[in-house]
Design a protein around this ligand. Structure first.
Ligand SMILES: Nc1ncnc2c1ncn2[C@@H]1O[C@H](COP(=O)(O)OP(=O)(O)O)[C@@H](O)[C@H]1O
Ligand SMILES: [Mg+2]
Length: 394
């Protein structure tokens, strides 16, 4: 059973079918693009409704459940695993891996490297703590959300009114109406793709991430393998492994986000699931030759994953289109995306569409994935295509 059947879940639905499994896609939108690709499509009328989803899982006698590249139904997935005694993570672990406050507590207890961080629901209390306990720049972010929604970097000398505005914005975006206040880690960002099998933590790949500047940190692109020096990549891997152990997850894919400041790695967050932005589902198999999606499906079913490369490793990069805000009047040079080293490309907007300022992942206008002999070459080609395919605004 695959929970959600959008663009990002398609590689998982396709792979599980290729592996010979009977695949049930579940999404509240009957027109979600993955629905038609599954053996059976179910519209539950509330993907986050645990009772309903557990009932469906029982009726269908499922052997495994996976919720790839999304966080909204992680708890439901955990509950299904509990009730049907399936291989994947429990509800308790799913809660910990989607709540940024519980996650930070686990990291701290285990000694996994994590920035100074506190959770608040009251703005005055948060402001008091900021003034007394936090020196320098900080981050405000929802305790429960994803996709960079509601995040803001704040300057050490921000005034109370501005702090309150950004706090309330983060709170508004948070599913449990609480907000994380964190020390700001200044430096490059990475992700680490991991498969956990019987608590054994296997690192598949380290990704360099490119995001917009403060305040929103929206992801603009990723490349694999990392172009950073070996000692940095090793520090990033070590932090990710400690973080995954701290979460105590057993059988799942993990996507760890890490930043490095002064050669020291700090965990931003870890999702106990395949990561978004095609990193886990497409980039990792292209750059390592390891079938990460197949491995994630296997561990969800309690089958030992095959983590040996089955294809030639290459350099790979994804870059996103983020035109200036306004109304689109035309797309020009789109035929450039037909080159053979373009693995996948899509422009999400067309003439007449409104493009907003890029404040979260949802505001991006398209993507291109390029493969090459090295990550550096892939990045150059992908960035060249982003510059030459023109989204013309009014
Ligand atoms: N403490 C921090 N220091 C520096 N940057 C941070 C911090 N927390 C979050 N960020 C930035 O904001 C981005 C989104 O934060 P994250 O915790 O991953 O939330 P989301 O669930 O929205 O992805 C991170 O990838 C990172 O770029
Ligand atoms: Mg994140």
């Amino acid at each position: 059973m695959v929970l959600a059947a959008g663009l990002l879940q398609i590689p998982v639905i396709k792979k599980a079918r290729e592996m010979g499994y009977y695949v049930i896609a579940v999404d509240d939108d009957s027109n979600a693009p993955g629905m038609a690709l599954a053996d059976k499509a179910i519209v539950p009328g509330g993907l986050m409704n645990e009772e309903k989803l557990v009932a469906i899982a029982k009726e269908e006698y499922i052997d495994g459940v996976i919720h790839p590249c999304s966080e909204v139904a992680m708890n439901v997935m955990g509950r299904i695993n509990d009730e049907l005694h399936l291989s994947g993570i429990s509800k308790e672990l799913a809660i910990r891996a989607t709540n940024k406050n519980l996650m930070r507590e686990a990291f701290e207890q285990y000694g996994a490297p994590s920035p100074k961080s506190k959770c608040f629901s009251n703005v005055e209390v948060a402001w008091g703590a900021f003034c007394i306990e936090f020196a320098g720049d900080a981050i405000l972010k929802p305790s429960r959300n994803s996709g960079s929604r509601g995040i803001a970097k704040i300057n050490g000398n921000i005034d109370e009114a501005e702090f309150a505005k950004l706090f309330e914005r983060a709170k508004e975006e948070s599913r449990d109406k609480s907000v994380m206040l964190e020390q700001f880690i200044d430096g490059p960002e990475f992700s680490v793709e991991i498969i956990v099998w019987n608590k054994q933590v296997n690192v598949l790949q380290v990704t360099d991430k490119k995001t917009t500047e403060a305040p929103y940190f929206v992801e603009l692109g990723h490349n694999q393998p990392s172009l950073f020096p070996g000692h940095i990549v090793e520090a990033v891997k070590r932090a990710a492994i400690m973080g995954v152990r701290a979460l105590e997850v057993n059988n799942c894919a993990c996507h760890a986000e890490i930043k490095v400041q002064d050669d020291q790695a700090y965990i931003m967050e870890i999702g106990a699931r395949l990561g978004g932005d095609f990193i886990s589902t497409e980039l990792t198999h292209l750059s390592t030759g390891i079938d990460m999606v197949g491995a994630a499906v296997d561990v969800a079913l309690g089958v030992e994953p095959n983590l040996t490369p089955v294809a030639e490793p290459q350099g790979v990069a994804i870059r996103y289109f983020t035109p200036e805000p306004g109304k689109v009047i035309a797309i020009e040079n789109a035929e450039l995306l037909n080159r053979s080293d373009v693995y996948d490309a899509e422009i999400y907007v067309g003439p007449g569409d409104e493009v907003k300022e890029v404040k979260s992942s949802l505001d991006r206008s398209g993507h291109v994935i390029v493969t090459a002999a090295t990550a550096k070459l892939a990045v150059e080609t992908a960035e060249g295509l982003i510059d030459s395919v023109m989204i013309i605004m009014e």
